[in-house]
Design a protein around this ligand. Structure first.
Ligand code: NAD
Ligand code: DAU
Length: 342
């Protein structure tokens, strides 16, 4: 695998994956295909040598451009997406276009000339799990987690378009022998995450003198994984995964939002009650939890960044030390949330 295309490689997780590949696999050349939407930022790749990484600014729904790039590649790793649930509730069309039509365009290009394809997806395609506290006393189901056998049951426009894109990939494998794998990962955190998302929003709120905002009662649970562990999981699947298989990536990081916020406040030296409860998200998924046994046992993957407190400290430092990266965007992001009472 010498030449790979990384779609969405100027976004949060995609750019962390490009850093991972450049740092760990010196034989690989990366072409990033990214539209540089509001979520993409070419400075995420600025420290990487141009001899190792080439950025092509373009849209994954542009079949002519996609065909011209794919013909020179050994593999496509597909991260590009509209990724934020709250945005999808306000304006679903870009999600339908990029996540469905974009994935279709890429798999058609790969099918025509038999190029290996890896599809990055999310645990949200499975819907949500009950909170553990609601299961107490009912015995069955305590500790239930998502596996690759869990039925699809997405809740939001974002997760339904991701689910649809997974199904396109599965159908292309079965009907056209597309050489593809899929990974469904849980909530990532780390550097370069857009400040619309929960953890960076709260960190940059505190750095800007704004009180952090917790949706609803803060009971919703997310299964946090450091983005570097996501990258190593994707690399393991890309190089050792079985064609047609789906692997779930997670690092046993379940925590409710209130607990995560309490830790951020503590690490940033703020009182425990220095935050506001705000309007809940419509259709807000209660709990995600990943069973990553298949990836661990079949491909020998182990997450390395499992100390959440340490990972959070490093992430807070990153936002402290990279103010120009986010500061100009902060006002507009908060004005947008305020319109929704969030
Ligand atoms: P992000 O929003 O930070 O980045 C998305 C990138 O895709 C941006 O660089 C953007 O410019 C690019 N892009 C958007 N539309 C495009 C188009 N039409 N053509 C080309 N490029 C386009 O997203 P992220 O959080 O890094 O997520 C990346 C992928 O990982 C997504 O597929 C998402 O569903 C998946 N995922 C995310 C998480 C998470 O916790 N953030 C967890 C599991 C899976
Ligand atoms: O599970 C994987 C998914 O994780 C990815 O597929 C998505 O691309 C990614 O955005 C993320 O989705 P979430 O909706 O879980 O992430 P978000 O950061 O938007 O919110 C995390 C939790 O925090 C969620 O329960 C909503 C809550 N929240 C969010 C914001 C922005 C708040 O309480 N306050 C906030 O200000």
């Amino acid at each position: 695998m010498k030449k790979i295309i990384v779609t969405g490689g100027a976004g949060f997780i995609g750019s962390n994956f490009v850093h991972y590949v450049v740092n760990h696999h010196p034989e690989v050349h990366v072409t990033v295909l990214d539209k540089l939407t509001y979520a993409g930022n070419c400075t995420n790749l600025a420290k990487l040598s141009k001899s190792r990484v080439k950025l092509v600014v373009g849209d994954i729904t542009d079949a002519k451009l996609v065909d011209s790039l794919v013909k020179d590649a050994d593999a496509v790793v597909h991260y590009a997406a509209e990724s934020h649930n709250d945005n999808s509730l306000k304006s679903p069309f870009p999600f339908v276009k990029t996540n469905l039509l974009g994935t279709y365009t890429l798999i058609e290009a790969c099918r025509k000339i038999n190029v290996r394809f890896h599809h990055i997806s999310t645990d949200e395609v499975y819907g949500d799990l009950p909170l553990r506290e609601n299961l107490l006393g009912h015995g069955e189901g305590i500790g239930e987690k998502f596996t690759d056998q869990t039925p699809y049951n997405p809740s939001s426009p974002y997760s339904s378009t991701k689910a649809g894109s997974d199904l396109l990939v599965k159908a292309w494998v079965r009907s056209f022998n597309l050489r593809a794998t899929i990974s469904n990962c849980s909530n990532n955190y780390g550097p370069y995450q857009h400040i619309e998302k929960f953890i960076p929003r709260q960190i940059t709120n505190i750095l800007s003198g704004i009180r952090p905002k917790l949706y609803g009662e803060g009971k919703n649970v997310r299964d946090w994984i450091h983005t570097n562990d996501h990258s190593s999981g994707v690399w393991a699947i890309l190089t050792k995964g079985y064609i047609g298989e789906t692997y779930l990536i997670g690092a046993d990081g379940e925590k409710n939002n209130k607990t995560v916020l309490a830790l951020i406040l503590e690490l940033m030296g703020k009182p425990a009650d220095a935050f506001d409860y705000v309007n809940d998200r419509a259709g807000h998924d209660l709990r995600y939890a990943i069973d990553s046994k298949k990836l661990r046992e079949e491909l020998g993957w182990t997450p390395q960044f499992t100390n959440f407190c340490d990972g959070l400290k490093t992430t807070i430092d990153w936002y402290k030390n990279n103010r120009p990266w986010w500061e100009t965007k902060k006002k507009a992001v908060e004005e947008n949330y305020a319109k929704n009472g969030q």
